[in-house]
Design a protein around this ligand. Structure first.
Ligand SMILES: NC(=O)c1ccc[n+]([C@@H]2O[C@H](COP(=O)([O-])OP(=O)(O)OC[C@H]3O[C@@H](n4cnc5c(N)ncnc54)[C@H](OP(=O)(O)O)[C@@H]3O)[C@@H](O)[C@H]2O)c1
Length: 350
C-alpha cells in the first residue's frame, strides 16, 4: 500500500540506534515531528524497558514520548531506515544484524568515513569488521548515493568543508591553510570523563595535531574541491553545550581578489537551503556565531579579505547541522522528500 504513494505522502519506518545519547535524542526530537517518518524503534542497552520520556527530561512532554520505549539493539525490527548513533566502533560488529533488518543505514558515527585503509585502521580500527561499502555523503556536495549504506560527515569536518570548499574548488588560495575549530561539550557525547567544573569558564586546546577529522577533511576536499591543501587542523574546547565555530586562515593566489572570493561562495551555496553565505559582514554580529546557528540546521559562512589574507568563519550546531539535522536532511534527499522537511532554520537565543 505505502509503495504506491508519492514520496511526499509516504511514511517511512525509522529506528534510532543509540537513542539515549546526544545525537540519538536529537534525532528522536526531529523524527517525532517529521511528517514522513514513523519512529518505531529506539535502542538503549542501559535503559531498555524504560519510556523515552522517563529517561530524557527534554523529550518527556512530547505526546508520543510516553509510548516510545527503549529496547536493546538486538530487537531491531524490519525498518526502512536505521540511524546509527552509537559510539565509534560499536556499529561495525552489528552491521550483519542491522543490514538484515534495515533497508537503509545512515551512520552518524565515524566508522565508515575514511576510504584509505591505513587511515581507517588508525582512526576507526573496528570498521574492518564490515566490508560492504558505505558512501560518504554531505548533502550539499556530490551525487546522491545509490547504495543502502551511507555515512554522514563529522561535525568539525563538515564545518571545515563548508568553510574551505569554495576557495579550493575555484583555485583561489595557496596550498598552506590553517584551521582552528572550537567546539562545545556535547561534541564528546554524554559519557565524558571531564568534570563540568573544569570546563566551566575555561577555553582550551583539545588537539593541536592529529585529530581524526583532519584526514576526513582532506578526503572530502579532494572529492569535492579537487584539491588537498597542506592543512594545519587544530581543535579547541569551548565552555558551551552546543555549537562549533571554525576559522580558516589562507592566502590568495596571484590574481585572485575579494570579488572572486565572494562569487565563489555565493555560487557554491546560493542554491542550498542550509548553508548560508553572508556576503558582506561589516560588524562582528554579521559573522557566523553560536547564537545565529544553535538550535537550527543552518551552517553560516562568511569571509573577510585584506590584501592577500583570507579569514573564513563557519559556524553550526554540532547536534543539528553537524549530526541529527544533517542526517534528516540526507534522509529527506534520499527519499525524494523536500530537503527542508522537518528541519529548523532559526536559532534558539538568547
Ligand atoms: N556529539 C556530536 O556532536 C556528534 C556529532 C556528529 C557525530 N557524532 C557521532 O555520533 C555518535 C554518537 O554520538 P553521541 O554524542 O550521541 O554519543 P553519546 O551521547 O555517548 O551516546 C551514545 C549512545 O550509544 C549507546 N551505546 C553506548 N555504548 C553502546 C554499546 N556498546 N552498545 C550499544 N549501544 C551503546 C548509548 O546507549 P546506552 O548507554 O543508553 O545503552 C547512547 O544511546 C558517535 O559515534 C559520535 O562520534 C557525534
Amino acid at each position: 500500500m505505502a509503495e504506491r504513494l508519492a514520496p511526499q505522502e509516504r511514511r517511512f519506518t525509522v529506528a534510532v540506534l543509540g537513542a539515549t545519547g546526544y545525537t540519538g535524542s536529537e534525532l528522536i526530537r526531529l523524527l517525532l515531528d517529521h511528517p514522513a517518518a514513523e519512529l518505531v524503534f529506539v535502542s538503549s542497552e542501559r535503559s531498555a524497558g524504560k519510556a523515552v520520556g522517563s529517561v530524557l527530561p527534554w523529550l518527556r512532554n512530547h505526546p508520543a514520548a510516553a509510548k516510545l520505549t527503549y529496547r536493546p539493539l538486538d530487537e531491531l525490527p524490519e525498518v526502512d531506515v536505521a540511524f546509527g548513533c552509537l559510539p565509534g566502533g560499536e556499529l561495525p560488529g552489528r552491521m550483519g544484524l542491522v543490514a538484515e533488518r534495515a533497508q537503509r543505514v545512515l551512520n552518524l558515527a565515524g566508522d565508515f568515513r575514511l576510504r584509505d585503509p591505513k587511515q581507517a585502521a588508525a582512526h576507526y580500527p573496528a570498521s574492518a569488521q564490515w566490508t560492504e561499502p558505505f558512501a560518504y555523503y554531505v548533502p550539499e556536495f556530490g551525487e546522491l548515493p545509490t547504495g543502502r549504506f551511507v555515512n554522514l560527515p563529522g561535525c568539525m569536518a563538515a564545518t571545515t568543508l563548508y568553510a574551505l570548499q569554495p576557495l579550493l574548488a575555484a583555485g583561489l588560495i595557496e596550498d598552506d591553510v590553517v584551521v582552528d575549530v572550537k567546539t562545545g561539550s556535547t561534541g564528546s557525547g554524554r559519557r565524558i570523563s571531564e568534570h563540568p567544573a573544569e570546563r566551566s569558564g575555561n577555553f582550551r586546546v583539545h588537539k593541536p595535531f592529529g585529530h581524526r577529522h583532519g584526514p576526513e577533511v582532506a578526503q572530502a576536499l579532494s572529492d569535492h574541491a579537487g584539491a588537498v591543501p597542506d592543512l594545519q587542523f587544530s581543535t579547541y574546547s569551548l565552555d558551551t553545550a552546543r555549537g562549533i565555530v571554525a576559522t580558516a586562515y589562507s592566502r590568495l593566489r596571484d590574481g585572485a581578489g575579494s570579488l572572486e572570493v565572494r562569487r565563489a561562495y555565493a555560487a557554491a551555496y546560493g542554491g542550498t537551503p542550509f548553508v548560508r553565505f553572508r556576503p558582506a559582514p561589516k560588524s562582528p554580529q554579521d559573522f557566523p556565531m553560536l547564537k545565529s546557528v544553535v538550535g537550527s540546521n543552518v551552517a553560516e559562512v562568511a569571509v573577510a579579505v585584506r590584501g592577500t589574507r583570507v579569514v573564513t568563519v563557519a559556524a553550526l550546531d554540532n547536534l543539528l547541522k553537524g549530526a541529527a539535522g544533517q542526517a534528516v536532511q540526507a534522509f529527506n534527499r534520499l527519499h525524494g522528500l523536500p530537503e527542508v522537511t522537518g528541519l529548523p532554520f532559526t536559532a534558539v537565543a538568547p
